[in-house]
Write a protein that binds this ligand. Structure first.
Ligand code: HEC
Ligand code: HEC
Ligand code: HEC
Ligand code: HEC
Ligand code: HEC
Length: 171
């Protein structure tokens, strides 16, 4: 009887331990790979839903060049010299501006050097930002929602008669 209880206790203990590890690893993956921490708590949700800005206010290069780019501090300073200037996160922001230093944003999406991707061609083909980046307007912190694996790119190219030879994406 006692032996049975001890065994079942051990078993549930082991089970919980296992669940903890899986949850911990899941959290690590979620917080490190898909969603890096940023130097300033900038929120897309506030600026798109509440302030009413469009993507191209800050990522205007997406339509014209390979990279969408992140905005210069100047774009932020245009509003935040006045707006919410007393709040801690805005003080941090304006400190970069006053020192004329770029904000060291961490990359959320990062293909290796061996892959060539271009925004311009995809935007011209009318593929919406949200197809590849998810509902950024609802995110307080941008998170990667697509794997960006080769199979994902190639499957869509095949469906749309876009080029699939290796040199398209590996130059
Ligand atoms: C007020 C300026 C602003 C607007 C408007 C804006 N963004 Fe951003 N975006 C940023 C900044 C700053 C970063 C870098 C910090 C971060 O990752 O949150 C960024 C990062 C991103 C990233 C991640 C880049 C990476 O590191 O891989 C994506 C994707 C993105 N924005 C998409 C969008 C989309 C889609 C819209 C429109 C729905 C939009 N953004 C509107 C300022 C803006
Ligand atoms: C076909 C898929 C696709 C579409 C559509 C797309 N992106 Fe991207 N985006 C990517 C990929 C892939 C990367 C990573 C590129 C790299 O690491 O070289 C990226 C990176 C970014 C970055 C990080 C900075 C950079 O330029 O590398 C920003 C910001 C961004 N995208 C914003 C946007 C916005 C805004 C739109 C809509 C106007 C958009 N993207 C449409 C796939 C897409
Ligand atoms: C068109 C004007 C405008 C631009 C451009 C703009 N913001 Fe904002 N920002 C606002 C407004 C309005 C709020 C909301 C203030 C409130 O909560 O009422 C805000 C809020 C914020 C907050 C939250 C402040 C807090 O702690 O409550 C941060 C952080 C921030 N912005 C950073 C940035 C960064 C970084 C950029 C540049 C990439 C930027 N903003 C560009 C208008 C702007
Ligand atoms: C939603 C579908 C879709 C996805 C996902 C997608 N692409 Fe594309 N891509 C297209 C289409 C459509 C074109 C052709 C646009 C045109 O004809 O100008 C294209 C064009 C390109 C081109 C230019 C081709 C040329 O002729 O030089 C490159 C490079 C490219 N894609 C790379 C990528 C990479 C890398 C990824 C994955 C990270 C990717 N694409 C994901 C649909 C997609
Ligand atoms: C439409 C774009 C596209 C085309 C076409 C393409 N690749 Fe890739 N390839 C990618 C992307 C994106 C990655 C990066 C995957 C990652 O980082 O997980 C990649 C990664 C790779 C890798 C590195 C291994 C890996 O999984 O990271 C090799 C090797 C490779 N590709 C070979 C090829 C060969 C050979 C061809 C032609 C038969 C080809 N690719 C065609 C987009 C493409």
């Amino acid at each position: 009887m006692v032996k049975k209880i001890i065994i079942s206790l051990l078993f549930t203990g082991l089970l919980f331990f296992g669940i903890l590890i899986v949850a911990g690893l899941g959290f690590l993956w979620y917080s490190t790979e898909a969603k890096p921490t940023q130097p300033i708590a900038y929120s897309h949700n506030i600026h798109i839903e509440k302030v009413g800005l469009e993507c191209d206010h800050c990522h205007q290069y997406a339509e014209q060049s390979p990279q969408a780019g992140v905005p210069a501090v100047e774009v932020c300073a245009e509003c935040h010299e006045d707006v919410a200037a007393d709040r801690p996160e805005i003080k941090k922001l304006m400190a970069y501006w006053n020192k004329k230093e770029p904000i060291p944003w961490n990359k959320v999406h990062n293909l290796g050097w061996h892959v060539y991707f271009t925004h311009k061609r995809h935007i011209k083909a009318n593929i919406d930002c949200s197809y590849c980046h998810g509902e950024v307007k609802a995110m307080s912190t941008v998170r990667k929602v697509r794997s960006l694996e080769m199979g994902w790119c190639v499957t869509c190219h095949r469906k749309n008669n876009a080029p699939t030879d290796c040199l398209t994406c590996h130059k």
